[in-house]
Design a protein around this ligand. Structure first.
Ligand code: ADP
Ligand code: ADP
Length: 229
């Protein structure tokens, strides 16, 4: 479903991502695992359409979404992809329902369709009671649930996560792993999840890409990576 062909991203002559190729099938939960500075966020930004590859191609299914050679980089809104950040990035002046509604308005859904999607997304994340609250009035864990609800409501084919749990305490982090996997399974989307936490990677992933210095050093299932000597 997602395939990268010889993707390189240079900043001022240095390769943040260096000749990366892989593909994962529809429904995969791919974790990009590696230390700070290894190029994980740069990879995610290129998948989202927030950064353009210097060279190489990215396909979502049969659709070419980025091509370094021609300069093609489909804008985020045209990729059928949703993004969740570490810092939730909710709009503080909008209610929970209003936050979830915003991308549905951009997508042009009718008021009735929006209400249905908002109710479904809030139900999935267990936040229906918070519909009329503002982000500043709810906890960090609840805010991250709102961010997840906002991402799934438009039903994206690709879901992108940039260390979404790292601001939460340890107990909440484990709880949210399960919420997130539930959302992934229900959506039938293909997910890419960035983390430096090996435990998180091994418990969540169907596929793990171990990154170092802009390159993928290992690419396998968690079971096979853990079985290696
Ligand atoms: P990670 O997410 O794994 O911490 P990043 O993708 O953020 O890594 O960064 C990879 C490398 O690219 C780092 O050396 C970083 O300094 C560099 N880099 C990232 N973004 C930029 C940018 N906009 N300009 C210059 N260098 C950048
Ligand atoms: P407004 O933007 O009109 O001030 P809100 O911010 O309260 O309204 O809600 C934004 C949108 O979310 C509204 O269009 C409303 O129809 C919808 N909405 C609010 N509460 C719910 C709910 N519990 N279930 C589904 N949709 C809701």
């Amino acid at each position: 479903m997602i395939s990268l062909d010889k993707i390189t991203k240079s900043f001022a002559g240095t390769n943040a991502v260096n000749d990366v190729s892989f593909s994962v099938p529809e429904g995969a939960f791919l974790v990009l695992l590696g230390p700070s500075g290894c190029g994980k966020s740069t990879m995610l930004r290129m998948l989202a359409g927030l950064d353009q590859p210097t060279s190489g191609k990215i396909h979502f299914g049969d659709t070419l979404v980025a091509d370094g050679a021609s300069g093609l980089s489909a804008p985020p809104a045209n990729r059928d992809a949703g993004l969740v950040f570490q810092s939730y990035a909710l709009w503080p002046h909008m209610t929970v329902a209003g936050n979830i509604e915003w991308p549905l308005k951009i997508a042009g859904l009718s008021a009735e369709a929006r209400r249905t999607r908002i109710a479904e997304a809030m139900d999935m994340l267990g936040i229906s009671a918070l519909a009329n609250r503002y982000p500043g009035e709810i906890s960090g864990g609840q805010q991250q649930r709102v961010a997840l609800a906002r991402m799934i409501a438009p039903r994206p084919k690709v879901m992108l996560f940039d260390e979404p749990l790292s601001n939460l305490d340890a107990t909440l982090r484990v709880e949210m792993r399960f919420e997130l996997l539930k959302v992934h399974a229900a959506s039938r989307a293909t997910s890419v999840y960035v983390t430096h936490d090996q435990m998180e990677a091994m418990t969540m992933a169907t596929h793990v890409a171990v990154m170092n210095n802009g390159r993928i050093e290992q690419f396998d299932t968690p079971e096979r990576l853990l079985a290696e000597p």
